[in-house]
Design a protein around this ligand. Structure first.
Ligand code: UT7
Length: 338
């Protein structure tokens, strides 16, 4: 009988660790008071309904790739690696610099990561955890050793600044993580991803793609901006993040009491409060920064992870849970032993 060739996947799966994190937010701050001058809204409404107090907006000429590269440099510095060590760049975004080349390729150029293969992931706010899952597969099956995963978005470029229902919610930023094989028990314990395309139109940008290309008429109808059914999105966010959190716990064999810190998507404080209540956890267990940055889409959980890491919210050996939700619909969760 013909002998099958030995493939990379026949080797035992490897442990995948997050060995460095980094984040970047632009300097320019837009406060709720600033928004009062732009649309019919008020400080009290925004703060009480969302928990958001201010958000960062990219400077003129500052694109998703620039923010992503800054976050990546910080992650590489913490990980103690150089750009030449990176085998693969996975970048999650819904606001790419260009449709193609991918924003990951733009970042490769900015970093000088010559050896890396590059591609983007489109999973809206869930994209960073989708990226972690993909990276984990590539490393554990011996295809790559060192992967840069980035969540970066410049939502200010697709927000309708005349729509008070959405423009108060979002901000710009980037977060990054370096994943690498590391012998031993610490690392990404489990990941879970899910989607439901039936709810695609509750949070989407209808125009700009081949279905509704940029024409004068489409542009005038603002079809190339973000559209959202807020109430429905809120409901779906709570349900799917709860299901994703429970799934990750079940897959990892851990209980909620084993977790030191939960890092959720940063869309609305009331969504995080609802999740905390359903998981029967105090809000103090959650890393929250939406008051300062608003919802930065794919960057949100990545920035929160970096802040939690750098402020000592957990130590080596602790279990953390990341859980996200976004347009698509998409949702994902990941349990990591730090
Ligand atoms: O990354 C994931 C994507 N995003 C989310 O997860 C967001 C999920 N949804 C939400 O966070 C909330 O639904 C919102 C913050 C968007 C809205 O809060 P809400 O409590 O669901 O308010 P609502 O949409 O039910 O609107 C209540 C009222 C409406 O007025 P009427 O119809 O009751 O007279 C809105 O027109 O609030 C009005 N409103 C505002 N008022 C002042 C909506 N936006 C504003 C605003 N300022 N910015």
């Amino acid at each position: 009988m013909k002998k099958l060739p030995r493939t990379k996947t026949r080797q035992p799966a490897r442990t995948v660790s997050i060995i460095g994190t980094g984040s970047y937010v632009p300097e320019k701050i837009i406060t709720n008071a600033d928004l009062e001058k732009m649309v019919d809204t008020n400080e009290e409404w925004i703060t009480s309904r969302t928990g958001i107090r201010e958000r960062r907006i990219a400077a003129e000429g500052e694109h998703t790739s620039h923010m992503a590269a800054r976050a990546a440099e910080r992650a590489m510095e913490q990980a103690g690696i150089t750009a030449e060590d990176i085998d693969l760049i996975i970048l999650a975004t819904v606001t790419p610099d260009t449709f193609f080349p991918s924003t990951a390729c733009h970042v490769q150029r900015l970093l000088g990561a010559r050896k890396a293969a590059c591609f983007d992931i489109s999973a809206a706010c869930s994209g960073f955890l989708y990226g972690i899952e993909v990276a984990q597969q590539f490393i554990s099956n011996h295809t790559c050793n060192t992967i840069l995963v980035i969540g970066a978005d410049k939502l200010s470029s697709i927000v309708n600044w005349q729509d008070r229902n959405t423009c108060v919610l979002f901000g710009d930023g980037a977060g990054a993580a370096i994943l690498r094989y590391r012998a031993g028990s610490h690392g990404v314990i489990t990941t879970f991803m899910g989607s439901d395309g039936n709810y695609g139109d509750i949070l989407h940008m209808p125009g700009g793609g081949c279905a509704l290309p940029v024409t004068k008429e489409n542009f005038e109808q603002r079809l190339n901006t973000l559209h959202m059914n807020g109430r429905e999105t809120f409901k779906q966010a709570v349900t799917s993040m709860l299901a994703a959190a429970n799934k990750a716990l079940e897959q990892s064999g851990l209980t909620i009491e084993d977790l030191t810190c939960i890092i959720p998507h940063q869309a609305n404080l009331r969504i995080i409060e609802a999740l905390a209540e359903r998981l029967n956890l105090p809000l103090s267990k959650f890393q929250i920064n939406l008051d300062r940055y608003g919802n930065t889409s794919a960057a949100a959980v990545a920035i929160a992870l970096d802040e939690a890491n750098r402020t000592g919210r957990f130590k080596q050996g602790d279990y953390i849970l990341m859980v996200v939700f976004g347009g698509g619909l998409t949702y994902a969760s990941s349990v990591v032993q730090w």
